[in-house]
Structure formats: structure tokens, C-alpha cells
Ligand binder design. Structure first.
Ligand SMILES: Nc1nc2c(c(=O)[nH]1)N[C@H]1C(S)=C(S)[C@@H](COP(=O)(O)OP(=O)(O)OC[C@H]3O[C@@H](n4cnc5c(=O)[nH]c(N)nc54)[C@H](O)[C@@H]3O)O[C@H]1N2
Ligand SMILES: Nc1nc2c(c(=O)[nH]1)N[C@H]1C(S)=C(S)[C@@H](COP(=O)(O)OP(=O)(O)OC[C@H]3O[C@@H](n4cnc5c(=O)[nH]c(N)nc54)[C@H](O)[C@@H]3O)O[C@H]1N2
Ligand SMILES: [Mo]
Length: 651
């Protein structure tokens, strides 16, 4: 018999770089509290404000507890056997009649644990279905950093202990990576200086000794300006530039081509502040730059990232403990690449995630017959939501695996209710640090909910490849973690608490040998001239839609929506338009318009309006109805923050 009271080590699987170690406190067969695991070296016992809300969310009446099949427009409960028999039939029928590429597997970011790799393998075994290329999240920055350094590697967040200056560049950890806070607070206590670069006064301004507010999408000019200032003062790292970089002359020519005044105008930060930033990169060394996901969301996002990488190089912060230009980590990096590499995605058709709506609608050879959506809410979160909804409605059979009936569920034919994170066994790596944490089933899933792993194993029993594929979670996990075991991690240790990936560097590129074709760091050589486009005249405001502290993307329930989208606008700009604080307005883009409430923000730039991402369409929000489905020039990312809008007072 298990004790009536226990605490089980688990790891948060929300789509957040923190991937915090948590303890699930179980009493009377229920998780009564989730708290930070004091043994986790990154979050160190802390837990963010969303954690108690998750607990309420997972036991809320809105959570779906039985499989649902749409019948005459409405969902009705069905048994698992009915649900999986029909799904198997549909999948087999699609393969037989139209080939495996008539099936789309849309894998979202709701959970990227180790066993999700096995779910994806199911589709590879069907013969290789249509999968996704590109990303709604961090593809641009990954691709940009990989051009400069070779495949992206970041400083371990524990290396922040060595930094004298920390630059949060387009990143907002107070809201979006609370698990990093112990390290930022400790750095501040030690006297480290913190600089925030963000067009808005984000929550992280509370940490900042200096806040620069560039015009959105213009950070490349700011970074070039800081580099120019360093070069003019003769403070550059000459050894690094001469011996470890390619393109030095072209980069220096690029910097020389622009006057400081022109650069200051281009990013709309005054030259004095740019010089102060330059000084922080040199006199304040080691300077750790944490690039955020805010920089990815531009068509030319790669230039922003590469210009900051180059600033790190010029200032001598690359390969330096406490320095570096860091961005993220690979969530599947610790697992066996034989299982998640090429074999996972045989060379078959891919659809661009940033343009998923039009990709589905335009597909002819073959058209999509079955779409299986796992841990995602694309109707709400992908750009041009109306087109995504239309696309799903054109697919004969849409399956949604989730916990809640969100905007995407409205377009599904079959809904399969999944387990929450502490109701299953799995392993969790992070896109924000180097630790792998355990997930143990603190309690069983409620009602008929099942883990996605379980669902795919049961589904696979209906296919001829079952013999090799159907295994226990433990058997699959042992295969997945082979590289960790080979590096000396003990299997049992993986289940006791967080384990550091043994060969993950604390300080990458210390030897100044880079993973590029020449072994040198690649300095950028071009920045696209900025000229405001035609759209800017009709739609004068940049629309930024960052994450909000209270919710993780669209993970909310209808009751969390307090009315229309709340848009922040510079106070003087709102007053100019005659819109009172809390007053109604219309937000209009080239795609349409939305009723909103305007909140005055004295700290915001006048050319920017912002609102959080993630509010549901059916609760009167759905900001992605206004955001066009562009693709970034490098890395197939999604330039959400390229969206332009107008604001008008509503009566
Ligand atoms: N609470 C909470 N946590 C989250 C999320 C959430 O929705 N809520 N989302 C999760 C996900 S999916 C991700 S990818 C991460 C993202 O985490 P972050 O890296 O923090 O990304 P964002 O919130 O998109 O944007 C960060 C900041 O970039 C700023 N920004 C926008 N445009 C520019 C620009 O041109 N230049 C500069 N310098 N800054 C700019 C925005 O104003 C914003 O404050 O957070 C994760 N964590
Ligand atoms: N306007 C705008 N839109 C954006 C962005 C932006 O900056 N601006 N940022 C984008 C970013 S960074 C991201 S990452 C994407 C996110 O895009 P999505 O991944 O589509 O969106 P989420 O809201 O994170 O949805 C995750 C879903 O997974 C479900 N889920 C959670 N845990 C589990 C589980 O264990 N099993 C299953 N089956 N489901 C589970 C949740 O209930 C939720 O519905 O959105 C993007 N959308
Ligand atoms: Mo993301």
C-alpha cells in the first residue's frame, strides 16, 4: 500500500524554458499542492504563479474526461475502443486510398517530453506522413546562431554566476522564465548590472539598471551602433577578430558604412544610450547576453540575432565564463538521435508551420484526409487563425489530443482526452537549461484520460507494426536515454530528481574553435536597409503579442477571459485618439478587425501597441485573427511581430 501522504518528484512540462523541478504533494489520492523542488539546481525550490493555477485547471470541470466523437455537429462520449477503432480505420483508409502523405501530424508545443518522440515514430511507421517544417517558436534564432557559431549551444544558466553584466535582449524572464529568477536575483545581489532591451516596459524592467526601448525589429542597428562605439574607442577584442573570425573586413566595412547618428535614428535609441551599452559590453565584462524569443518574430529576425552575436564577438565576450550570447537549448538533445533524427521524419512532404492554413488548403497531391493534432491549439496560436480554421474544416477527419475543448477542438471530429503531466511517467529536458527531470505518476489520470503514450500504444495494436513498436514506457525510455546512460548517468538517478546532461558545456566555445565549415566564428556582413513599408502608413502601430505572466500561451479556460483583448497603448497616443484608460476601441489589420479595450501605458513607445497572446477566439479574443501568416527569411520561423495595426476609438 502506498502511504496516504507523499511527495513525488515531477517536472513541469509547460512550454516554458524553465522546466522547473516540482514536488507533487499527494494526500488521499489527490495532488493537493505543487511546490518547487529545492533539489533542482536551476529553479532551486521556486515555483511560479501559474503552478497553483495548473492544479486547479487539471481538476476543473472543463477538463474532458472521456473520448468524444462529433455527431450531428455536437460532441458525444464514446468508448476508447470505438474511438481508436475508428481512428485506425481512417488512418488505414487514407494510406490505402491516397498514400501516407494524406495524413498530417501536427505536433504542438504543449508537451515536448521524451515519450513524444515515440508518438511521432508511430506516424513514421505508417509510411511517413505529412509533418511540419519550420516553427511558430524559435526557428529563426536557432538558424541565425547556427550560422555564426555552428549548431546552437548556449551557456549553462548556472554560468550567470560569473557574469558582471547581464543583458536581457528581447527576453522577459520575470514573466516567461520564472525558473531563472534565483540566478538573476543572486547576480543582482552580487552587484551585477542588468540591462533590458525591449520596446515595451515588460515585467523584467523591475530588474533593470538600464532599459533601452528600440523600435521593434531594429535591434540590428542598435547592436551595430554598440559595436561601432567599441571600435571607435579601440576597445575591441583584436585577437578574437584577427584569429577566430571570418568576414572581419566585410563586417568592419558594414559598421563603417553607417554613421552613429544614422544607426541611432534607425533603431530610435539615442547615441548616448548606445555608447552606454557599448561600455557595458567591454568595461562591464564578462557580459552575458540572453537573447529572447522576442527577436525571432521578425521576417529579418536572423539579422537581429546575428548582429548581437557579432557584438558579443567584437566585445570579447564569446567563450568567456560569464559571457556569451545565449538563447536556448534542445529539448530532445539528450535523447538517442537514432530515434528522433532522420528516422522520425522520413523524406516525405512537409507543411510550413507558419503557414499551416494555406498549406492544408492548397495541398492536392494528395489532399489531407486525416489530421492528427497533438498538444497544440493552432486555430488560436498559429497566424491567420481564420484561415487555419477554414483549413481544418476542409479536412474530412480531424483528431485532437488535448485536455480542454479550446478553439481547435471546435474543428475536430474526434477528441481524445489526455493525462496531465504529473499523471504519467516520462522524462523532461528543457529549452532553457541543461537538466533532465523525471515525471512520475503522482496520481492516475482522472476519468478515462490517458497519456498520449498510452493512446498511441493502444492505437498501434491495430497495425501490423505493433510487434516491434508496442513496448512499455520504461522500455522506450531506456532506449531513448541510451546516450545519457553511456555518459555515466545511472537509470535510477533519473527517477530521483534532476540530472545534469554530463557533457553539456558550462561555457561553450572556450577553445574558440567553432562548429562552422572553417572553424571560425562567422561575422555577419550585411544588414538590410530599413525602410518602412507601404503598410506602415495605413497601419501605424507595431503589434507585439508577447507571453503574459498569468498564462502559458493559450492554456486557459473560458472563465479566465475577462472580456475583449486588452491592448496597451502609450498614454499620450491613446489620449490623442480620444481613448480613455479602459475605453473601447477597434484594432484593425490588413486581415480584419477586433473589438478591444485600451489600457494606457506611460512606459510604452508611441508606435507600438501590445497585448498578450493566447486568448481564445470563442471567448471573444483570438489576436491571431489579425496577424498575417508570413515566414521568416531564415529558419522558417513565424514573424508575428511584423504585424501592423491601426487603433480607432469605438463608441
Ligand atoms: N507566463 C508565460 N511564460 C511563457 C510563455 C507564456 O505565454 N506565458 N510562453 C513560452 C514560450 S512558448 C516561449 S517561446 C517563451 C518566450 O519567452 P520570451 O523570450 O520572453 O519571449 P516573448 O514573450 O515573445 O518576448 C520577449 C520580449 O521581447 C520583446 N520584443 C518584442 N519585439 C522586440 C524587438 O524588436 N526587440 C527587442 N529587443 N525586444 C522585442 C517583447 O516586448 C517581450 O517583452 O516563453 C515561454 N514562457
Ligand atoms: N500572436 C502570437 N501568437 C503566437 C506567438 C506570439 O508571440 N504571438 N508565439 C508562438 C509560440 S512561441 C508558440 S511556442 C506557439 C504555441 O502554439 P501551440 O503549441 O499550438 O499553443 P499552446 O497554447 O501552447 O497549446 C498547447 C496545447 O497543449 C495542450 N497540452 C498541454 N499538455 C498536454 C499534454 O500533456 N498532452 C496533450 N495532448 N496536450 C497537452 C494544452 O492544453 C494546449 O491546448 O504559439 C505561437 N503563437
Ligand atoms: Mo514558444
Amino acid at each position: 500500500m502506498s502511504p496516504a501522504v507523499s511527495s513525488v518528484p515531477v517536472t513541469c512540462t509547460r512550454d516554458c524554458p524553465s522546466a522547473c523541478g516540482l514536488l507533487a504533494h499527494v494526500e488521499g489520492g489527490r495532488v493537493v499542492r505543487l511546490t518547487g523542488n529545492p533539489d533542482h539546481p536551476v529553479n532551486r525550490g521556486t515555483a511560479c504563479r501559474k503552478v497553483p493555477a495548473f492544479l486547479r485547471r487539471f481538476s476543473s470541470p472543463e477538463r474532458v474526461r472521456t473520448p468524444l466523437r462529433r455527431s450531428n455537429g455536437a460532441f458525444v462520449p464514446v468508448s476508447w475502443d470505438e474511438a481508436l477503432d475508428e481512428l485506425a480505420e481512417r488512418l488505414k483508409g487514407a494510406v490505402d486510398r491516397h498514400g501516407p502523405e494524406s495524413i498530417l501530424h501536427y505536433m504542438g508545443f504543449g508537451e515536448r517530453t521524451a515519450l513524444k518522440i515515440v508518438n511521432a515514430r508511430f506516424f513514421a511507421l505508417l509510411g511517413g506522413v505529412t509533418t511540419l517544417a519550420g516553427t511558430l517558436c524559435g526557428g529563426t534564432g536557432y538558424a541565425a546562431q547556427s550560422l555564426d557559431f555552428g549548431p546552437r549551444v548556449s551557456h549553462d544558466p548556472l554560468d550567470l554566476a560569473n557574469a558582471r553584466t547581464i543583458v536581457l535582449w528581447g527576453r522577459n524572464p520575470v514573466a516567461t522564465q520564472p525558473g531563472l529568477m534565483p540566478h538573476l536575483r543572486e547576480a543582482k545581489r552580487r552587484g551585477a548590472r542588468l540591462i533590458l532591451i525591449d520596446p515595451r516596459q515588460s515585467e523584467s524592467v523591475a530588474l533593470a539598471d538600464l532599459h533601452l526601448r528600440p523600435k521593434p525589429g531594429r535591434d540590428a542597428f542598435l547592436a551595430l551602433g554598440a559595436a561601432k562605439s567599441i571600435l571607435e574607442a579601440g576597445w575591441e577584442d583584436r585577437d578574437f577578430l584577427a584569429n577566430h573570425c571570418d568576414n572581419r573586413d566585410a563586417y568592419l566595412a558594414l559598421v563603417a558604412r553607417h554613421s552613429m547618428e544614422a544607426l541611432a535614428v534607425a533603431c530610435d535609441v539615442d547615441a548616448c544610450a548606445i555608447r552606454e551599452l557599448a561600455k557595458a559590453y567591454v568595461a562591464g565584462k564578462p557580459t552575458a547576453t540572453l537573447l529572447g524569443w522576442g527577436l525571432h518574430r521578425f521576417t529579418l529576425g536572423h539579422e537581429l540575432v546575428r548582429a548581437v552575436d557579432a557584438l558579443g564577438a567584437v566585445s570579447g565576450n564569446i567563450g568567456l565564463p560569464g559571457g556569451g550570447v545565449s538563447q536556448g537549448f534542445e529539448e530532445w538533445g539528450p535523447y538517442d538521435p537514432e530515434l528522433w533524427g532522420a528516422g522520425l521524419h522520413p523524406p516525405r512532404r512537409t507543411f510550413l508551420m507558419p503557414q499551416i492554413g494555406r498549406e492544408i488548403l492548397e495541398a492536392t497531391e494528395p489532399p489531407i484526409e486525416v489530421a492528427v493534432i497533438t498538444a497544440a491549439n493552432p486555430v488560436c496560436m498559429a497566424p491567420d487563425s481564420a484561415l487555419v480554421a477554414e483549413a481544418l474544416d476542409s479536412v474530412p477527419f480531424v483528431v485532437d489530443m488535448n485536455l480542454f475543448l479550446d478553439d481547435t477542438a471546435d474543428h475536430a471530429d474526434l477528441f481524445l482526452p489526455c493525462a496531465a503531466f504529473f499523471e504519467q511517467r516520462d522524462l523532461v529536458a528543457s529549452f532553457g537549461h541543461n537538466h533532465v527531470g523525471p515525471l512520475l505518476p503522482a496520481v492516475p489520470p482522472p476519468g478515462q484520460c490517458r497519456s498520449q503514450f498510452d493512446i498511441f500504444m493502444d492505437l498501434a495494436r491495430r497495425f501490423p507494426f505493433a510487434r516491434d513498436f508496442v513496448k512499455t514506457d520504461e522500455a522506450w525510455l531506456r532506449l531513448l536515454v541510451r546516450p545519457l546512460l553511456e555518459k555515466g548517468v545511472a537509470w535510477d538517478d533519473l527517477w530521483r530528481g534532476p540530472v545534469r546532461i554530463p557533457d553539456a558545456p558550462m561555457v561553450p566555445w572556450r577553445d574558440k574553435r567553432f562548429d562552422t565549415p572553417t572553424g571560425n566564428f562567422q561575422l555577419m556582413t550585411e544588414v538590410t536597409a530599413c525602410s518602412d513599408c507601404r503598410l506602415a502608413i495605413r497601419y501605424p502601430y507595431h503589434l507585439l503579442t508577447p507571453g503574459e505572466a498569468a498564462h502559458l500561451c493559450s492554456e486557459r479556460v473560458p472563465g479566465d477571459h475577462g472580456g475583449p483583448v486588452e491592448v496597451a497603448m502609450a498614454t499620450e497616443e491613446a489620449l490623442r485618439l480620444g481613448i480613455a484608460d479602459g475605453g473601447p476601441a477597434r484594432l484593425t489589420s490588413e486581415l480584419g478587425s477586433l473589438p478591444v479595450t485600451v489600457r494606457h501605458d506611460p512606459g510604452l513607445r508611441r508606435d507600438v501597441v501590445t497585448c498578450p497572446r493566447g486568448g481564445w477566439i470563442k471567448s471573444g479574443q483570438g489576436i491571431n485573427r489579425l496577424i498575417p501568416d508570413l515566414v521568416s527569411a531564415v529558419g522558417q520561423g513565424t514573424p508575428y511581430y511584423e504585424a501592423r495595426v491601426d487603433v480607432e476609438k469605438a463608441s
